[in-house]
Ligand binder design. Structure first.
Ligand SMILES: [Zn+2]
Length: 198
């Protein structure tokens, strides 16, 4: 995902402000990788590069070879924007058709037993989803840029443009197909799997 220039500049500034001497392991790693740690915990960290590349590392297994994603997973973006307001313009804006996510009751976080504050995968922590509302026309247009919502069905982040859509008679819903960086993604997506990107 190419970042807007203003945000890329903020990422560069944020990396420059990291202090490997006083910061934690995520800061040291950020300096070494020229990437800004958006999220870090005892298990690992997620970092953003000015070119929009997103690194995921687990401290115990992949410190030398981080997973590099071409885009920021939406959930990471939403959580990162809570701490770093300059990321907010990348977060999808709630549309009038959106409804509160039922899984998390609109909060973006869920509770499992004693553990609260678990990030909701069904809405990527946004707290809302867009239902498949109008069957007479698809929600997205050919060529429109969208990002894939990471959830139980979708483990692979993609941001691309709508290549085609198809009405599925049996399921009574539209399916969408994407191109990413000029290459066709074979997977088909439902409307709730996708968010428009400005
Ligand atoms: Zn939710």
């Amino acid at each position: 995902m190419k970042l807007p220039a203003t945000i890329a500049d903020r990422v560069i500034e944020a990396i420059a402000s990291l202090d490997p001497a006083t910061g934690g392991p995520a800061d040291r790693y950020g300096v070494a990788q020229r990437a800004f740690p958006l999220l870090a915990d005892v298990g690992g960290c997620c970092l953003l590069r000015p070119d929009g590349e997103f690194l995921q590392i687990a401290w115990d297994t992949s410190e030398d070879s981080p997973t590099v994603l071409g885009t920021i997973p939406l959930a990471a973006l939403v959580v990162g924007a809570e701490r770093f307001p300059w990321l907010r313009e990348l977060v999808p804006v709630r549309s009038p058709q959106a409804i509160d996510c039922q899984t998390c009751a609109g909060t973006g976080k869920i509770r499992r037993g004693e553990v609260s504050g678990i990030l909701c995968g069904d809405c990527s922590v946004l707290g809302w989803v867009v239902p498949d509302s109008d069957p007479s026309r698809p929600r997205f247009e050919i060529g429109q840029t969208v990002t894939v919502v990471l959830n139980e069905r979708n483990r692979t982040p993609h941001t691309g443009t709508i290549r085609a859509f198809m009405w599925h008679h049996q399921l009574q819903r539209w399916h969408y197909f994407l191109d990413e960086d000029g290459k066709a993604i074979s997977k088909r997506y439902a409307a709730e799997d996708l968010f428009p990107v400005a």
